[in-house]
Write a protein that binds this ligand. Structure first.
Ligand code: GLA
Length: 393
């Protein structure tokens, strides 16, 4: 990967400069879906595929960016002065909005850009799969500025600034999960994160004779922006209703019993279902992390399956393709658990599968999925990695 990038860097930017190399992983969430924006727990891990970058400071105060994934038709980098970056660009190179969002947020927090910079990106995350390429790009860009322009930003701050860029500049009202998992991930571990307090702990991902398999439905999750923001709004309304009767600061402050008790305060039945998902999923995430710590993978798997059912019936963010993938998986002996992962409306499922059943899993699901939906699924055996950082070469 890096060799090809060095050649492109020399062509697009400068043959003489010696850029530093960085890597930012994608993420997969094991359980705790759509709980981050409701102050609950999430349980993701960082993946060993993601986005690489080569970058070097340059004289002046302009930013030059080039993506090997999106800019093939351009022979020159995108270029902007730091001072002029104020709002989102519409147009063909829309991917630049993620790094530009980061610049805008860093400026807002008082960081100054001591010189210009050139950045070349190249990623191997499947596009539109919901494995958080946008968060990977944001956190990567913060890390590059921090390291090369002396900003000294720690991993938690890098996640928060990246989330702010996504919320305020790009306009997607995501929670903190993706950016946190990507910035703070640790190889062979999942991160149990309390999204209210940002307290976190690492749990060893010991799968014994099993593997983690990510299955891409290859349904691009295009509705994710509008439907995601709508789900958040519905939860917000449920919270406002409950707050009239009980003093809480977020939905995940409630237990399921408490939600039942206050259910008649929630005016809309749809909003109540959304709240029930958030509260029940939060409890599942906590129990799943306990199960993993105790080495009870089968309990973990059952909680994954229940998570999918709740996302399908209460939160309603699965699509028929994701339901097909999960249901096919549940019927294969050797599958410990399977569920949709990420925002929903397309993207991937994550499954824990006995290694000796992996071929059957891929063969049977691949064939049956295509028969039922007319689409081809892709499968990745997931390995975990550390969070975003500079590579030693
Ligand atoms: C997207 C968002 C996250 C989180 C998940 C659902 O990935 O970016 O903040 O809300 O959806 O769990």
């Amino acid at each position: 990967m890096l060799d090809g990038m060095k050649e492109t860097y020399a062509k697009i930017f400068s043959p003489s400069s010696k850029p530093a190399a960085f890597f930012s992983p994608g993420r997969v969430n094991l359980i705790g879906e759509h709980t981050d924006h409701e102050g609950g727990y999430v349980f993701p891990c960082a993946l060993d595929f993601g986005i690489y970058a080569l970058a070097a400071p340059r004289p002046g105060n302009t930013l030059r960016l080039y993506s090997m994934n999106f800019d093939g038709e351009y022979s020159a980098p995108f270029e902007a002065g730091f001072d002029g970056i104020t709002e989102k660009l519409n147009g063909s190179r829309s991917w630049v909005n993620y790094p530009l969002g980061v610049v805008s947020v860093l400026k807002k927090h008082g960081y100054s850009f001591s010189s210009g910079i050139d950045i070349l990106y190249s990623g191997n995350l499947p596009d539109g799969a919901g494995l958080s390429s946008s968060a990977a790009l944001e956190v990567l860009t913060v890390r590059i500025f921090s390291d090369l322009l002396g900003m000294n930003i720690d991993g938690v701050k890098a996640a928060l600034y990246s989330q702010e860029a996504e919320n305020d500049f790009v306009g997607m009202h995501c929670g903190i999960m993706d950016q946190f998992a990507i910035s703070m991930g640790r190889k062979n571990h999942a991160v149990l994160l309390n999204c209210s307090t940002l307290e976190y702990s690492y749990v060893p991902l010991e799968l014994g004779t099993c593997k983690l398999i990510i299955t891409n439905s290859n349904v691009p999750h295009s509705l994710v922006g509008s439907e995601y923001n709508l789900r958040r709004q519905q939860c917000e309304e449920a919270l406002t209703d409950i707050k009239r009767a009980k003093d809480i600061s977020c939905l995940c402050d409630l237990t399921l019993e408490e939600l039942d008790e206050y259910s008649c305060a929630v005016k809309s039945p749809v909003n109540l279902k959304r709240a029930r998902h958030a509260v029940s999923e939060n409890a599942r995430a906590i129990r799943a992390a306990e199960a993993l710590r105790a080495g009870d993978l089968h309990r973990f798997g059952r909680l994954m399956n229940a998570s999918h059912v709740s996302l399908r019936d209460d939160y309603q963010v699965t699509v028929p393709e994701l339901d097909t993938l999960a249901e096919l998986a549940w019927n294969i002996p050797g599958v410990v658990g399977s569920r949709m992962t990420g925002g929903g409306f397309g993207g991937c499922t994550v499954s824990i599968v006995e290694s000796d059943a992996a071929d059957e899993f891929i063969g049977k699901i691949g064939a049956e999925y295509e028969k039922r939906t007319g689409r081809k699924a892709s499968f990745y055996a997931a390995q975990t990695s550390d969070g975003t950082g500079r590579l030693n070469e």
